[in-house]
Design a protein around this ligand. Structure first.
Ligand code: F6P
Length: 481
């Protein structure tokens, strides 16, 4: 199968360089080995987008990476406007943060249509397309309109919330209808898949069969769950090696016997940073013996800075960190070490291994690969403890982590103190159980499972390929150009 993978953000070959977001870092090693062509945004924009799309193409493993300049007139409306100020907040159940316009939606659709046109040049006999994430919900429909008959799969890295939340997204009906042009739609968890199926039943009035197949006017779409994993063995050995990395050894030296908790997140309201810092504040207040003996290293990589909600969050977190440090700190002790920059995977692996507690407490998260990486990075003979939000997709598999409700500040403070006093035997037992699950379901398995499901659809001859419907109907009614 000649595979074309599409995502907004792509990663450029060097695993040791800082990367934004879980998707790009997770996809890099598997795409590299698959021989696929990975197509995404170059991060640059260009005028005159109706002309031949401009792509910078370079080798990536046995395949290639194609980075497209997106249309200047529509990039802001597409990325900041609709994808990240309508879809992202809704997908993370924060409809109160939706700020978007009709213009943003039009730009989102234009960029989806632009991407579809750009993909045609990578289409050969036997091609299958695999579209990633919420930036390209309408890409399958756009490809069908251009006459693409090959299988098209889609995987959503974020949660899919309940119908009443999705109904807060302007044009939700049209978008979900367009999504049904995909042959296969993958979700991180059964809950996400069920929520989507409920919307399809209730809002679109369609039947979802017990095998997850929806028959719409476009043809058959299969809904299924593919929880994303990591390469646990590779991460574990990177962590063992990383102890000698200068950043990691400097951190170790600076601790002077003090214990460390670590949080690593994009600076995003879905990550629960404010609640987490309140929980540490409460922990130091409730357990004065932990003052000077436990600190938090919080890495919060700035993200989507042009969006007001992110700017506000950055100021709020910075203020809160400074307040907590001001109250609990000493002349020679800083409770929270707060860093606004990204680190490469190799350094992160070493930082995770240095910390006795990993704190992953999002309010909502599709999966959260930091949770999995923290576990894989531990020394099996003396592992740290993962404190994990029950609202992260990872909690389904990592059920021997200490699961918390990120809205319950007192509860989190209690669990953090419990993590710090957990006996070695219990830490090992919990860690082994989690490692076992991580080894049994790796990122390679995730990739292979999805491709197999797409191939099955192709070999059964049940793709939406060539459906005459696609020649006849326009998938959305808005005027173009
Ligand atoms: O679905 C999550 C995701 O696609 C991850 O890659 C990452 O957490 C984020 O969204 C990407 O954000 P951005 O590309 O806007 O920095």
């Amino acid at each position: 199968m000649n595979l074309v993978v599409v995502s907004n953000r792509v990663a450029r070959g060097k695993a040791n360089e800082p990367m934004t977001g879980g998707l790009a870092a997770a996809l890099l090693p598997v795409v590299e080995n698959s021989g696929a062509i990975w197509v995404g945004s170059s991060g640059r924009v260009r005028d005159g987008f109706h002309k031949e799309p401009f792509a910078e193409i370079e080798a990536l493993g046995s395949g290639a990476l194609a980075m497209l300049d997106l249309p200047a007139a529509h990039y802001g409306g597409y990325y900041e406007g609709f994808a990240n100020s309508a879809l992202w907040p809704a997908l993370h159940s924060r409809s109160d943060l939706i700020r978007t316009s009709q213009g943003d939606y039009l730009s989102y659709r234009e960029v989806n249509a632009f991407m579809a046109r750009a993909l045609l040049r990578f289409r050969k006999t036997g091609t299958a397309f695999w579209v990633q994430d919420y930036h390209f919900l309408a890409l399958g429909a756009e490809l069908r309109e251009l006459g693409v008959t090959e299988p098209i799969g889609f995987f959503l890295h974020t949660p899919w919330p309940t119908s009443s939340v999705i109904e807060g997204v302007p044009h939700h009906h049209e978008l979900v209808e367009a999504m049904l042009a995909f042959d296969l739609i993958g979700f991180q968890t059964a809950l996400d898949c069920d929520n989507f199926a409920s919307y399809v039943r209730e809002a679109l009035g369609l039947v979802v069969q017990h095998d997850g197949v929806v028959i719409s006017q476009h043809g058959r779409t299969r809904l299924a769950v593919f929880p994303i994993g990591i390469d646990a063995e590779k991460f574990a050995s990177a962590a063992a090696k990383a102890v000698s990395h200068p950043d990691v050894s400097r951190l170790r030296r600076s601790l002077n016997g003090e214990r460390l908790a670590i949080g690593v997140d994009r600076l995003d309201y879905s990550k629960g940073l404010v609640n987490r810092i309140h929980a540490f504040d409460r922990m130091w207040t409730m357990h004065p013996s932990l003052v000077r003996s436990v600190s938090l290293l919080q890495i919060a990589t700035p993200s989507r800075g042009g969006i007001e909600a992110y700017g506000n969050l950055q100021s709020e977190v910075a203020r809160l960190v400074s307040d907590v440090n001001g109250r609990h700190g000493e002349v020679d002790w800083t409770p929270i070490r707060y860093l606004n920059k990204g680190y490469g995977q190799a350094v992160l692996a070493g930082l995770y291994r240095t910390a006795q507690v990993g704190v992953v407490t999002p309010l909502h998260d599709g999966m959260n690969l930091v949770a999995k990486e923290y576990v894989a990075a531990q020394n099996p003979a003396d592992p740290g403890v993962l404190v994990l939000s029950k609202f992260a997709g990872a909690a389904n598999e990592l059920d021997t982590a200490l699961l918390v409700n990120p809205h319950d500040i007192d509860g989190m403070a209690r669990v953090l103190a419990m993590a710090l006093s957990m006996p070695l035997a219990e830490r090992r037992m919990r860690h082994e159980a989690m490692m076992d699950k991580l080894r049994r379901h790796t990122i390679q398995d995730w990739f292979a499972d999805f491709i197999r499901a797409l191939q099955d659809i192709q070999s059964e001859g049940t793709t939406q390929a060539g459906s005459a419907l696609w020649q006849r109907r326009a998938t959305h009614s808005i005027a173009r150009h």
